[in-house]
Design a protein around this ligand. Structure first.
Ligand SMILES: *Cc1c(COP(=O)(O)O)cnc(C)c1O
Length: 395
């Protein structure tokens, strides 16, 4: 792979130079006061990015998967019931983790390409008269299918059923790229990692806990040591970690957050929407369809694109990598071979997206798909010309 080319996998994402350089620092004594100047801006900044006034933020040396484990092991006890929809590979993996932790998982299976079924959530919660369900799990953005679910709607369903369960949300491929409203949506635990919207290498699990989730930690009996938020909170109170913190990554996170806040969260989300719309215009011009069933489900951070019956979508990814040094995402799980994915999150510009669309087109034509060279690029160009001017005029 030629490292000059941007990647179009839905994480890890392209690293801005300033973020990459910030990660690259000499050893710093993490017990010296200098660490506080990295730690606290990270905690305060993440809170701003998830739009919360007072969530407790915790950063672990881990990945998004460790964030899932942090969410469940700190708030639940063995045998606790959780309600969760499975609509893609990531929700599937979180379910698997819950099962392996000895939770009683009520799974609502949904066709891949669809979002969280709010009616089914509400029905299950209303039927749960004894409040056996201790947590409702929701994957905000299913990265395998490019489907965004309605977290405000999940909260409404919980409130409509007057259900006291915790709301645990996977925001790994949405936070920092798509609007996420921790306080307004009544989220109890939000989970993300460093290598998607935060534009860093993998290596951090980043979570936010509501006051209610913190209260739940006092009775939660699932085993936890490395991911214990109480130990982490004690560490933070002394400007430290309970173990050795990944100082360079956190310094990078501090800089990444500064970049997001300087651009302005609304502008960041608008930019992601624009990137995504350009891709969607191209998909349309190619005569292909997204895996996401309806426009309200379209993700602004990743598009999973269906290829014609009998064609192996993974071949596009293989040819793009082998012949053009460019990385796209393969289909996972139930949609393996049926979709390929274009990640369009993190540090991306219109121009970068056009390069990705151009390469995807070449790979498709090489493989004999009935796509005309330039068709998708031209559709995206038309869209970008106009949307860019509108956005600049509005700014
Ligand atoms: C990437 C991703 C994860 C897993 O994160 P890792 O950092 O690979 O552990 C979980 N959920 C979603 C929605 C993701 O996109």
């Amino acid at each position: 792979m030629n490292p000059q080319n941007p990647v179009f996998i839905p994480g890890p994402t392209n690293m801005p130079e300033a973020v990459r350089l910030a990660c690259h620092m000499p050893t710093l004594d993490h017990r010296s006061p200098a660490f506080a100047d990295i730690l606290h801006p990270c905690l305060d900044g993440v809170r701003k990015v998830i739009k919360s006034d007072d969530a407790d933020i915790f950063i672990f040396p881990s990945t998004g998967t460790g964030g899932w484990e942090t969410a469940i092991s700190n708030t639940l006890s063995p045998g606790d019931k959780v309600l969760v929809a499975r609509n893609g590979m990531f929700s599937h993996r979180w379910i698997d983790m819950c099962q392996r932790h000895g939770l009683d998982v009520q799974v609502i299976d949904v066709a891949w390409g669809h979002g969280i079924p709010l009616d089914a959530y509400e029905e299950a919660l209303r039927a749960d008269k004894t409040h056996a369900i201790k947590a409702v799990l929701a994957t905000h953005n299913e990265t395998a299918t490019g489907v965004k679910s309605d977290i405000a709607g999940v909260r409404r369903a919980m409130d409509a059923a007057s259900h006291p369960a915790l709301l645990l949300v996977d925001g790994v491929s949405s936070i920092g790229s798509m609007d996420f409203r921790f306080d307004q949506w009544g989220v109890d635990v939000a989970v993300t990692g460093s290598q998607k919207g935060f534009m860093l290498p993998a290596g951090l699990a980043i979570v936010g806990f509501s006051a209610k989730a913190i209260r739940a930690t006092q009775t939660a009996k699932l085993a936890r040591t490395f991911f214990d938020v109480a130990d982490m909170a004690k560490g933070y109170a002394a400007d430290a970690f309970p173990y050795t913190p990944p100082v360079g990554l956190m310094n990078g996170l501090r800089v990444a957050i500064d970049m997001l806040l300087e651009e302005g969260l609304d502008n960041v989300f608008a930019r992601h929407h624009r990137m995504a719309e350009g891709v969607r215009h191209a998909v349309d011009a190619w005569g292909l369809r997204l895996c996401a069933a309806t426009p309200d489900l379209y993700s602004d951070s990743v598009s999973a694109i269906r290829t014609p019956e009998g064609f192996n979508a993974t071949d596009i990814v293989t040819v793009a990598a082998r012949d053009y040094d460019m990385a796209f995402g393969v289909g996972l799980g139930d949609v393996a071979g049926k979709v390929f994915r274009i990640g369009h999150l993190g540090m991306l510009t219109d121009a970068m997206v056009l390069s990705g669309l151009g390469v995807a087109e070449m790979a498709m034509v090489d493989l004999g798909l009935p796509v005309k060279l330039g068709a998708g690029v031209a559709a995206a160009q038309e869209y970008y010309r106009h949307s860019n001017k509108q956005q600049k005029a509005a700014a």
